[in-house]
Design a protein around this ligand. Sequence first.
Ligand SMILES: [Zn+2]
Length: 104
Amino acid sequence: MSTHSGGRARRSCLCCTSTSVDLETTVVSPFVAYRAWNGPAELTRIAFCADGGFRFFDRGLSADESARSYRGYRTEQYFRDRHRFDPFYTPIHIDDPIIVMYKT
Ligand SMILES: [Zn+2]
């Protein structure tokens, strides 16, 4: 498993710039890895802001990765792909045909 160098945390919070940030190693979701860079999951760090409670991944997405990640968002293909990685991800259909919610 590869490790992305990240760099968004840099010991300060993206939201409030507090330097009271704790970092823990974690793994990017395999679904996100598939969607964003069509590759394996990577190790990264998650940052926890002690002052504001904001949490964010050290590894951000490039503009291209972000675009790929949201391409066809919540289409039938998106749902099939998501369900393959996360079987618990289930659409909840309610009477209004326009509204489709997803339980995670
Ligand atoms: Zn903060």
